[in-house]
Design a protein around this ligand. Sequence first.
Ligand SMILES: *Cc1c(COP(=O)(O)O)cnc(C)c1O
Length: 381
Amino acid sequence: MQSPSVLKHTLISTQNPPLHRENLPEATYVTKPYLPDKDKFLQYVAGIFDSRILTNNGPLVQELERRLKGYLGVSHVILVSNGTIALQILYKALNLSGSVITTPFSFVATSSSLKWEGLSPKYADIDPQTWNISPDQVEKLMDKDVTALVPVHVFGNPCYVDKLDALAENFKIPVIYDAAHAFSVNYKNQSLLNYGTASAVSFHSTKLFHTIEGGAIITRCDELAKKIRSMINFGYDSGKTDGLGINAKMNEFQAAMGLCLLDDIDIILHLRKSRWEFYNKHLQQDIGTQHRIAASTNNYAYFPVLFEREEDLKKALVSLRELHIFPRRYFYPSLDMIYDHGGPSCQVSRDISNRVLCLPIFPEISPKTQDIVCEVIKSKQ
Ligand SMILES: *Cc1c(COP(=O)(O)O)cnc(C)c1O
C-alpha cells in the first residue's frame, strides 16, 4: 500500500507531467473542496454509529432538508444522491418525451442526462453577453415535439427567467432549471431556485456548497414534490409501490457533511467574495468576462475570463501549467459539437466556448497564487 502522499504525487504526475517535480509548489486546480471542522463532522459520524441509521430518509437528511428550505427560502427541498440524477428524476416525473430545448454552453451532464432518458436535446444558442440561453432563439425552435425547456444558470448568473417562464407557459410546457451553479443566488429579492417548474442543484465536492456527492430538487408544486419523493425511493408511497421508481436517496454521511458546511456557509461566501474581488480588481481593465444581469446576487462560485483569441488562452494554459496551476476550460467544447441535434449550429456558444477560461477560485487560495495567475493572464491578453 502506497502512502497517501505518494499516491497524490502519482496522480498529479500522470495527469500533468511536471518538469522539475521536486521544486514545484503544491498544484492549484480550478477548485479545492471546502472541508469543515473535522471534529464536528466526526461527532455526526459517531451519532450515525450509535443510531445505526445510515440511509433511507434518516434524521440527518431530514434535518438538512429542513435547514436548506429555511436558508434558501423555498417550498420543497428533496435531497438526492447527485445533481445529474436530480435532472433525470425531473424529466421522468414530468413525463417528458421527444425533444427538449436546452443550452449548448454547459457541463456535459445537462445534455447527457437528456439523452440517457431517451430525449433529444435541441440547442438554442446563447446570449453573447450573459452566456445563458437566448429566449429569442428558444422561441424560434419551439414546435409541437418540444416537451420542456432545460436552461442553465451558467456560473450562477440568472437566465432571463421571466421571459423563459412566460414562453413555457404560452406553450404549456414545463421549465426545469439546471441550477447546479446557482446555490444561494437571489434574483429580485428571492431565491433564483423558485423560478420555473423546478430546479436541480448539485452538491458535488467541486461546488460551492457540497455533500461530497449529492444534489437536490427544488419546487413549489406540492403534487410534484410528493411524486418525486416516491420516485427516488423505488416508487414506494406509504408502504406500497405505486409507480415507477429508482434509487436516488442521499445517505446520512452525505447529509452530515452538508449540515457542517451549512454552518460555515457565510464564511465560505465571504471568503469567495474576497477572492473574486481580488481577481476583479487586478484584471478588470485587461479582460473580457460574463455580463451579470441586474437584480441578482453573486455567489462567487466561478471567475471566468474571456480571451480575445483562443491562441492567447492556450498560451496562458501552457504558462500556468509550468507553474503548476491548472485552470479549467469550462465549458469546452460547445455541446452542439458533441451531440448532433439536427438544428442550426450554435455559433455564439462555439465562439465563447473556445475563448473562456475559469480561474482557480476557492476559500483557501492564497493571494500569492492569485497574483501569479493575474500576471500570466495579463501578459497573454
Ligand atoms: C456539476 C454539474 C452537474 C452535475 O452534477 P453532479 O452532482 O456532479 O451530478 C450538472 N450540470 C451542471 C451545469 C454542473 O455544473
